[in-house]
Write a protein that binds this ligand. Structure first.
Ligand SMILES: Nc1ncnc2c1ncn2[C@@H]1O[C@H](COP(=O)(O)OP(=O)(O)O)[C@@H](O)[C@H]1O
Ligand SMILES: CC(C)(COP(=O)(O)O)[C@@H](O)C(=O)NCCC(=O)O
Length: 233
């Protein structure tokens, strides 16, 4: 079995695979050795693979490497091509998503939109080329920023309500975040479709569910790309 760790800025996700079969998945409580060790099965782990956009304290890494075969995802693991894009600082979470698109949409261009702490847009051509992307604040980041950087705006519970114009402060804030992001997503899709009319669009990430009625969602997309990028032996 392989244990995959996808360490994002808000949540530390794990998935346990037996071949291509997902056996277990969940969230690691925090970035500490006891919390990571807690989710590792006592036996049968052939590989511990890590895709991270956050720094892992070196003592944690050293301890994991002492006990397991550890593979840390790097750009060299990808089958993607970068002829015009500079991948030197591309987030590895974006790389595994783009890699997943190669298998989910092998013969169509695709736009993978990940709604996590940030929203990332990742455009991949039919030829497996990473064309380009965009990074914008995630839903909760938008909401939190407005409350933190103003005196009068409250922090609201975001609701999947797509009314474009609210009738009080709370519904204005909800509309700005939820409908505003929908307009943003539609804008990027329209823009990409000018170059790629047969574009496939897929949403993933912790907040993708807000848009499940508007777009195709794949909560497992990252794992699909991740699995393609780990050593087989
Ligand atoms: N228990 C949770 N803790 C933190 N964020 C959560 C939780 N449940 C849902 N979310 C939402 O999921 C988003 C994080 O999604 P995720 O794709 O895991 O992001 P990241 O990869 O940046 O950690 C947060 O912005 C938040 O809105
Ligand atoms: C853009 C991100 C912060 C998104 O991280 P996330 O919201 O998934 O936690 C991450 O992919 C990252 O740190 N990227 C580095 C810059 C880049 O991708 O160009």
């Amino acid at each position: 079995m392989v244990l995959l760790l996808d360490l994002g800025n808000s949540r530390l996700k794990y998935a346990l695979f037996d071949g291509s079969q997902l056996r277990d998945s969940g969230i690691i409580a925090d970035l500490s050795l006891p919390s990571i060790t807690e989710i590792i099965p006592t036996e049968g782990i052939r590989l511990l693979a890590i895709c991270t956009v956050i720094d892992i304290p070196s003592d944690i890494l050293t301890s994991l490497q002492a006990n397991y075969s550890v593979h840390i995802i790097a750009k060299e693991d990808t089958n993607l091509r970068f002829s015009t894009y500079d991948p030197s600082t591309l987030g590895l979470d974006r790389l595994i998503l783009a890699e997943a698109c190669l298998s989910v949409f092998p013969s169509q261009p695709s736009l993978c939109i990940c709604l996590g702490t940030c929203i990332t847009y990742n455009l991949i051509s039919t030829a497996g080329e990473f064309i380009g992307g965009a990074i914008s604040p995630g839903l909760h980041l938008r909401s939190k920023a407005m409350s933190e950087f103003t005196d009068k705006l409250p922090l609201i519970d975001l609701k999947p309500n797509f009314t474009p114009f609210g009738t009080n402060t709370n519904s204005n804030l909800n509309a700005g975040v939820i409908s505003g992001t929908l307009f943003e997503i539609n804008g990027f899709i329209a823009s990409a479709k000018k170059e790629f009319p047969n574009l496939q669009v897929i949403l993933t990430g912790g907040d993708a569910d807000y848009y499940k009625d508007q777009f195709e969602i794949d909560p497992l997309l990252a794992w699909k790309g991740f699995l393609r990028m780990i050593p087989m032996v």
